[in-house]
Design a protein around this ligand. Structure first.
Ligand SMILES: [Zn+2]
Length: 605
């Protein structure tokens, strides 16, 4: 078909009812049709390329405050959507002109609209299954924790495990885990395991069930410094000694159904995209299944965790293994994309296993039961081992990243990146450091130079700022989540949560509410109300960029999403209050009125 006829067909299909009548009429009056066609043709012939044909919006949102988050942070009154994309932004009048009789018209009644939020690091697959059987508590105190264990011991048959899959002692107001004696009193016959990731706490029944005795010699089994007896605290690989019950295996449709519900909750707080923290290549099938069955309401960038033992492999073998991983970062489509190549450097700040620049210090030794005064945490790799993997990955075109919670880990990762940079230009790969809690000015300068993104979890500052201040002191806390300095030094800050268990946005571990995170970035307030290093606060506009354009940049999709601009995917969020002007305390309780993904309303209050 000649091009102009194609154009005519499209335009005719989009015309209003009056035009449709004319088209119908032309079915019987061929000569009239030809006249109209000729008129159209001459109209197009006279058009300059700068004046494309008017397109009709499928929906218009007007009478609002459209915070586009474009490069100038422009604000408009209205936005038009056509298909899966934004058609235009402008004044009410301009956008109204794009509406046809079939267009859906949404009166925003003055509400603020922002681009769909992008969650930079979460584990929604795991979180979606965490409360399949029973709700999981997030106790604030040792007593609350023991209360839950007593309750479980009363319900479960003897010998059945009581497991909390994520419970961090440093998030309890007591700043300590329950003692062995307390756990034994709460559950004398049921094995108990409070998993803190990279560390945990067990009772005597769990030791018996796992064959752990006073004679066991694993270095990760901690002992009371006075009596020399096991105290129920485990560190790192000692967790592998536990003989835990097998996890229920679920089919892909079952997992997909759970994840669909999780994503509905993500939509409820304004997320329209997520980066999944670390999956196997096989896990990507779950997402493919969901896409094929129309179950995705959140777009996904899927980091792939390296499963092969690269630590001791020669470079050539690592190259071959990386080649065997198939598609590299960025491949996929607007719904599912392959993310970064991911590994892990250290433990966690909440279990005293993060790899720090200096020894953890006496307070940490008291809380975590570490004896060695020079203890800096746990580094799983050295810079050379990491550089081997990173070089092979960079050569193949992968974006590189690693879990890294301590400042020593940040320096180690930057050293590995520098080694690779001498051989491969890694700047276009937009590599990152996941968690990246502690940054010195030097580390910021190196990150900025190599275009290394700081992939951070602001709600950790809110939840853990006080514990970190208590443990590390006023000097070292200055390097903890220094958002102002990071942005000023040119580092791209990417914001996410590391959501792992529990479905509620605030009660979850870690809380995935972006509003809590933005509140903490803007106010530097913690859960306990402390104000910590207030000079590292950033503006609301900057915090919003961290959750939108910065995260789109991190997944190579800044031309596709992250701001409300014509041609980009129509992912946006209508807010109940104006994020830019509401009271500071109202930010963390922000309610979403509506979430739109690809032009479709996926959530409405
Ligand atoms: Zn994670």
């Amino acid at each position: 078909m000649p091009n102009y006829l194609k154009i005519c067909r499209i335009v005719l299909a989009e015309r209003n009812g009056q035009m449709n009548k004319i088209i119908n009429y032309t079915k019987t009056k061929r000569s009239v049709f030809l006249v109209i066609l000729a008129a159209f043709f001459s109209f197009f012939a006279g058009c300059s390329p700068e004046q494309p044909a008017r397109k009709v919006a499928d929906s218009i949102y007007y009478n609002g405050k459209i915070v586009t988050v474009d490069s100038a942070f422009s604000i408009f009154e209205a936005v038009a959507v056509r298909g899966e994309r934004f058609l235009a932004v402008g004044t009410n009048e301009e956008i109204n002109r794009l509406a046809g009789p079939q267009s859906r018209r949404v009166d925003l009644e003055g509400r603020t609209v922002i681009p769909g939020l992008i969650e930079a690091h979460a584990h929604p697959e795991r979180a979606s299954l965490s409360e399949l059987d029973d709700p999981l508590p997030n106790p604030r105190t040792v007593e609350k924790c023991l209360g839950w264990i007593r309750e479980q011991a009363g319900i479960k048959p003897e010998d059945e495990w009581i497991i909390h899959p994520k419970l961090f002692a440093t998030r309890l107001l007591d700043l300590r885990p329950p003692s062995l004696e307390e756990l034994d009193a709460a559950a004398p016959d049921n094995p108990v395991f409070l998993n803190g990731s990279y560390g945990g706490t067990i009772n005597s029944a769990a030791m018996r069930a796992s064959g752990i005795t006073q004679q066991s010699s694993h270095p990760g089994l901690l002992r009371d410094p006075e009596t020399g007896r096991l105290n129920g605290k485990l560190r790192f690989t000692a967790l592998h000694l536990l003989k835990l019950p097998e996890r229920k295996s679920l089919s892909i449709p079952e997992r997909a159904a759970a994840l669909e519900k999780m994503f509905a909750l993500y939509n409820e707080v304004g997320f329209t995209s997520v980066t999944s923290g670390g999956l196997s290549k096989a896990d990507t099938l779950l997402y493919c299944y969901m896409k094929d069955h129309g179950m995705l309401t959140v777009r996904a960038f899927l980091n792939i965790y390296v499963r092969f033992p690269f630590k001791d492999m020669p470079l050539e073998e690592i190259r071959q293994a990386v080649a065997g991983m198939g598609d590299v970062s960025g491949s996929g489509d607007e719904w599912i994309r392959i993310g970064a190549l991911k590994t892990s450097i250290d433990g966690g700040i909440l279990t005293g296993t993060a790899y720090l620049r200096q020894p953890w210090g006496p307070k940490a030794r008291e809380i975590f039961g570490v004896v060695d005064p020079g203890y800096r945490g746990i580094a799983r790799l050295n810079a050379d081992q990491l550089a081997g993997l990173f070089q092979a990955g960079a050569e193949a075109g992968w974006k590189l990243t690693a879990h890294c919670t301590g400042g020593g880990g940040v320096d180690l990762m930057l050293e590995a990146y520098e080694k690779v940079s001498r051989k491969v230009d890694i700047r276009p790969l937009r590599c990152s450091i996941i968690h990246a809690n502690f940054y010195t000015p030097l580390a910021m300068a190196h990150s900025s130079e190599m275009n290394i993104i700081a992939d951070m979890q602001p709600a950790w500052f809110y939840k853990d700022g006080d514990a970190m201040l208590h443990i590390l002191g006023p000097q070292r806390i200055r390097t903890f989540h220094p958002y102002r300095s990071l942005i000023d030094s040119g580092v791209v800050v990417s914001a996410g949560s590391d959501h792992m268990v529990i479905r509620d946005p605030v009660e979850s571990i870690n809380p995935y509410s972006p509003w809590l995170a933005i509140y903490s970035m803007v106010t530097r307030r913690t859960e306990r109300g402390s104000l910590i290093v207030p000079e590292e606060a950033i503006t609301r506009e900057e915090a919003l960029r961290c959750y939108t354009v910065n995260n789109a940049y991190a997944s190579f999709e800044e031309a596709l999403k992250g701001s409300i601009e014509p041609g980009k995917l129509a992912d946006m969020v209508v807010l109940e209050r104006d994020l830019l002007t509401c009271g500071e305390d109202q930010i963390k309780d922000m309610k979403v009125k509506m979430t739109v993904v690809g032009g479709k309303v996926v959530y409405e209050l």
